[in-house]
Design a protein around this ligand. Sequence first.
Ligand code: HEC
Length: 176
Amino acid sequence: MHEDTYFYTGKIGNNPGGYMPFPVSKEVLQRGRERFNIYCAPCHSRVGDGNGFVPSRGFARTPPSFDIARLQKAPLGYFYDVITNGFGIMSDYSSQIPPRDRWDIVAYIRALQLSQNASLKDVPAGQQVPSTPPILREPGSGATLPVVAPAGDSTSENEKHEQPEKPEQPENEEPK
Ligand code: HEC
């Protein structure tokens, strides 16, 4: 019952929750990307920076980038709530997007936030999005969210988990 309520509201009591109500698979992210690109990208752009084509044509207000610190830190349930109830001048999508799809979109937004240029293959199948670390300064538990370290950050505790180094592209060596 509890889990059901969370599934439909994204909230625990009055507060947005920080976890997905179901495991995030490759299919979830694929579906999330597809729905996001249909319903959200016209305003938020495909990378979520707020530079979609609608705002560029004189929309009253430009959406914020999903990359700003406040939204990076926002719990997953917060995004679910924005889709469900709208926010400011953004109307809600509760009649157009069923709950399961809203969560898929939420998972995809988090993946976008974790890596601006993330493609689906960057997110291992079956992983909870909040625990998918490209480079995280703080890993995030059930209650807290991961904090993504800026590129080149060396204070990361997750360094051990970084992907094996990619070979530098030798063909592109510029003679100096
Ligand atoms: C018609 C344009 C439009 C569409 C489509 C749209 N949004 Fe928005 N969105 C906005 C605008 C504009 C704002 C800023 C609203 C404000 O500050 O009053 C916003 C704000 C947001 C915010 C930030 C809330 C905050 O705390 O600042 C989130 C998250 C968000 N939208 C998610 C989504 C998602 C997810 C979708 C797709 C399901 C979506 N939006 C579709 C225009 C849109």
